[in-house]
Ligand binder design. Sequence first.
Ligand SMILES: COc1nc(N)nc2c1ncn2[C@H]1C[C@H](O)[C@@H](COP(=O)(O)OP(=O)(O)OP(=O)(O)O)O1
Length: 189
Amino acid sequence: MTFEADTERVYPVPDEPATMIEATLCFPLRDVGGTEEVLLIEKRRGLGEGWYNGPGGKLEGEETPRECAVRETREEVGLEIDPADLEKAGELEFRLDGDRHTFCHVFRTRQFAGEPHPSEEAYPEWFAVDDVPYDRMWEDDRLWLPAVLEGETVVGEFRFVGGKPLDEAEFAGHDLERDVDFDAIGRSR
Ligand SMILES: COc1nc(N)nc2c1ncn2[C@H]1C[C@H](O)[C@@H](COP(=O)(O)OP(=O)(O)OP(=O)(O)O)O1
């Protein structure tokens, strides 16, 4: 396991707010004539509007992260995925002004049915994995997404400061662990 950091770790914080959001991201992958591609969405509304991201969103009711990733991918771009075909690739914690804001489960998959189509929330687009538009994505993505697209696993904390909503805050630092065995630590759900 390797570990990298650009600042001192700032957690744990004793009085965490009860309002932390739990969310998912899903990265469908395909091979087109030897070129590895990833499906991204251009977000059309809400948090991160106008930026590229993976399909995903907030957990609803009692659903598991895996069930959420399947539902959000279906709702946003119309792909059908068997939950068992999702590979857990990451856990990301986004902090805003020292508080835990969003905990995000990251999945990838090569098994899906259907063709992606636009929805009210998302416009889907395939990108070669070596041509991902990081200049039009969340600032943290360039730090962890390349590893996820190369088949690695990651656990990261990303700190933002200076304002709400999160997509108007300033990126302030991060910690990132790679090569995490989610099965071994019982967190592959
Ligand atoms: C802070 O950095 C972030 N980076 C990335 N790559 N993705 C992030 C970051 N912060 C949040 N996200 C993700 C987590 C979710 O997948 C989406 C936000 O989801 P949204 O708020 O749109 O959730 P929905 O349930 O789809 O929303 P509706 O209530 O509109 O259905 O961004």
